[in-house]
Design a protein. Structure first.
Lengths: 156, 297
């Protein structure tokens, strides 16, 4: 009987969480006017890319579908943390910041591939290499898309 | 206990139906394996709810249908923890709950390498009627399953299981090799096993439009697994081995479907296993729970 109660409890918990999830999903977005998270330490990870990785060119740079495909991949895998417009959220920094937008395609590819595991950014090498390049192409297409890129929030 | 397992399954069914009506979660890119593990962990803060079935044929006995539910949570980018509930139905016998497992996977290295290790630790609290065949270990063979549920469930098993997962990704292919060591804490010898897997998406580039049937949403592959004996008699004798093609379909709606027909490779193995599974990822689960308790995680 106790086991049954425990199982029912588990089910009820997950049911409740699903409902709360449905209600609160939009609250992950930063409030209008709120500064996106700006963490220089995270952007500093870009500086750790090896020279060989930095120099890699995006093989899909001239692929006319790369931005559109990258946008879909971004929405599927990245928007949850980085925001639907890459503006950043409490979970992850803005990708519109100059540090990101001025990085080479190879640097961004290296970061997407390796993640920042100790700082909650997962490894994304599970996406095939062409998809990671499509993501990079999309992220770099956002240059100048938002004021946050020019004026990152100050260090908290 | 039969009613217990029905209650558990009903709960998961309701949960699945409910999640249909929740907003679409982020699409996932799940591997198609049932037994082998690759080095990719759950994204931090995400919860994946999974249901799996194994139908197995049994020579000189009753075929069975075993099932389990998994709750897989990304605690950090380097630690994933999972809780399992499992049960089984043996035809012409009974339906019973067979136990639970708590599994943890740790990624020790910060960056991606040609071979990526993951350390795995699992505690199992189950009875002898467990038939989910989630791993091949020791001298487990088909004839072990001839025992009736009423008799098998009397055996209570506390077991720890350790795995070293070595996984590589090369030109879109994933290759993984899992080595397993398991010990029943009731003074039984260490048992060993293995699992190998290879898989690849049907297309490496993503389409420029949303689609359900695009080839990049399908991942095909094969896995092989079996036992390697125990500390006193290590080797392939009196062990079972399986070869199983696997296919995963990652739907844009966030659901993942998997199917795998498995074939026994020797006389100690079940001749045929059919596995299938369905899973869905809830993104931001950790933040949601945190907010419930007033946090801003």
């Amino acid at each position: 009987m106790r086991a049954m109660a425990a199982a029912l409890g588990i089910c009820a918990t997950f049911l409740a969480v699903s409902v709360v999830h449905a209600q609160s999903r939009n609250s992950d977005k930063p409030a209008a006017g709120a500064a996106p998270k700006y963490d220089p330490a995270v952007y500093a990870e870009l500086q750790k890319a090896p020279e060989k990785a930095r120099r890699r060119a995006n093989p899909l740079q001239n692929d006319p579908d790369a931005v559109a495909a990258g946008a879909i991949l971004f929405e599927q895998h990245c928007a949850e943390c980085h925001g639907h417009s890459a503006e950043g959220s409490r979970k992850a920094p803005s990708l519109l910041a100059p540090e990101v937008q001025s990085a080479t395609p190879g640097t961004l590819f290296w970061l997407v591939t390796n993640g920042v595991v100790r700082k909650k950014m997962p490894v994304w090498s599970k996406l095939p290499e062409p998809q990671r390049w499509q993501l990079v192409r999309y992220i770099q297409s956002l240059a100048g898309a938002a004021p946050a890129a020019e004026n990152p929030a100050p260090k908290p | 206990m039969a009613s217990f397992s029905r209650v558990v399954l009903l709960g998961f069914f309701i949960l699945s139906v409910l999640s249909i009506f929740s907003p679409p979660p982020a699409s996932t890119q799940e591997n198609p394996y049932f037994v082998a593990y690759d080095h990719y962990l759950e994204e931090p803060g995400n919860l994946e709810i999974e249901y799996f079935s194994t139908f197995g044929t049994q020579r000189n006995g009753n075929d069975f249908h075993a099932y389990w539910a998994e709750f897989e949570y990304g605690a950090t980018a380097w630690w994933t923890t999972e809780f399992y509930l499992e049960g089984q139905t043996t035809f012409n016998d009974s339906t019973i709950f067979t136990g639970f497992r708590w599994e943890n996977r740790f990624r020790p290295l910060k960056r991606e390498h040609f071979i990526n290790p993951v350390l795995y630790f699992e505690y199992e609290n189950k009875n002898g009627a467990d038939k989910i065949l989630k791993e091949g270990e020791g001298h487990d063979v088909e004839s072990d399953f001839l025992v009736s549920n009423a008799q098998a469930r009397r055996e209570h098993i506390h077991e720890i299981e350790l795995k070293l997962i070595l996984s590589s990704t090369f030109k879109g292919w994933n290759f993984t090799e899992n080595t397993l060591a398991a010990k029943n804490l009731a003074n039984a010898p260490w048992e060993f096993g293995y699992a190998l897997g290879a898989s690849r998406p049907l297309a490496l580039k993503a389409a420029a439009h949303r689609c359900t049937l695009c080839p990049q949403n399908f991942i095909g592959g094969v896995e092989m697994y079996g036992g390697l004996g125990d500390r006193h008699s290590f080797g392939l004798h009196d062990t079972s081995h399986y070869l199983a093609p696997v296919l995963g379909w990652n739907l844009p709606s966030g659901w993942t479907l998997r199917i795998s027909p498995g074939f026994g490779l020797n006389d100690n193995s079940h001749q045929f296993l059919l596995r299938w599974g369905v899973s869905r990822e809830i993104t931001g689960f950790g933040s949601m729970v945190s907010r419930l308790f007033g946090g801003r995680k």
